[in-house]
Ligand binder design. Structure first.
Ligand code: ZN
Length: 330
């Protein structure tokens, strides 16, 4: 049976059909016209989290991008394998957490040594009290190294006090007074073995005497890279018993003599016997030194006067006894 023809084939172009065609065309144009704003609105809504993301600390996405939950640090950022995730120079400063602006408080024990030898005479009390045997001295070094101490020179302590350069973690300074020959024969080999810098305070009038450094030894120490040379006056006199003029001469002349003899700069000073008068720190400063050590019994802190730096005599303490002693200075 033959299907009846659709109505429109029977009425090819009627006004009603024309109206319907025109309406459809307008509808299509309308859709085409309004569609772009609808599409544009979609990325706009997606962009909201991105813009919010800019308000989140910039380090957060970087942490999320890391292969492990290790806290973010420049070292962690370095091995990122995806090149697209490596920070560009322009955004790198924002992507790494700023180091703490809080300066680490200065806390430096400065240890005072004289002799490092076997004391033969038990009644040699003065020497015994200023001595550590070579074995104990080495044990002290091992104790300090094992506990994470880092050895610094007086120049480093001074730079830290002036805010010029931070000290390493757990800093400690070793100083040797008087220029006793032990510094060359016993201490120097240990400095090279354990890579430890020290400061040696020399007295020009004592050089080349029995039990003291020769000028050649002192010069070798001074140029070894392990020994900072300081002055301990020209004649090792008690400064507080001298006139200001005589004290000034002891302080000024010893610096010039050591600098000429050893061909090094001398910028640190040690008061003999730890004794000084009220005018002496200023005289030391005016003489061109940049710091001075005493025998005040404490550690150096931020507020310490660089011309009255304290020092500690640890004697023959070692191991936990030594560490406990140092921890006692809060
Ligand atoms: Zn001395």
């Amino acid at each position: 049976m033959k299907q009846p023809k659709p109505a429109h084939s029977r009425f090819p172009i009627s006004p009603l059909w024309l109206f319907a065609l025109a309406f459809s065309t307008c509808l299509l144009i309308g859709v085409a016209f309004f569609a772009p704003p609808l599409r544009l609105s979609q990325p706009h809504s997606i962009s909201r989290p991105v813009s919010l993301g800019n308000e989140i600390p910039t380090s957060a996405p970087r942490i999320a991008a890391q292969p492990s939950p290790t806290p973010l640090s420049p070292i962690v950022l370095a091995p990122v394998s995806d090149p697209s995730s490596i920070p560009t120079p322009s955004d790198a400063p924002d992507s790494v957490p700023e180091p703490s602006k809080e300066p680490i408080p200065i806390h430096v024990p400065i240890l005072l040594y004289h002799y490092v030898r076997e004391v033969v005479h038990s009644r040699d009390i003065a020497r015994y009290e200023m001595n550590a045997t070579p074995a104990i001295f080495e044990d002290q070094l091992k104790t300090l190294i094992g506990d994470g101490y880092h050895f610094v020179t007086m120049a480093q302590v001074e730079a830290a006090l002036k805010g010029l350069a931070p000290l390493p973690e757990k800093p400690i300074a070793l100083t040797f007074d008087d220029g006793i020959v032990d510094v060359y024969t016993t201490v120097f080999p240990l400095l090279k073995r354990y890579q430890i810098p020290i400061t040696a305070y020399l007295v020009p009038a004592l050089l080349n005497h029995k039990q003291y450094l020769t000028t050649a030894m002192a010069k070798e120490l001074a140029h070894s890279g392990w020994v900072e040379i300081g002055s301990h006056t020209s004649h090792h006199l008690k400064l507080n018993t001298l006139s200001d003029a005589k004290a000034t001469a002891e302080i000024v002349d010893s610096k010039a003599t050591l600098e000429t003899l050893l061909d090094v700069g001398v910028s640190t000073f040690a008061y003999p016997f730890g004794l000084y008068s009220v005018n002496h720190p200023k005289i030391v400063q005016d003489a061109g030194y940049s710091n001075a050590v005493t025998m005040i019994w404490t550690v150096t802190r931020d507020s310490t006067d660089p011309y009255l730096l304290p020092r500690l005599n640890i004697g023959e303490k070692t191991g936990q006894k030594l560490l406990g002693f140092l921890k006692g200075f809060k």
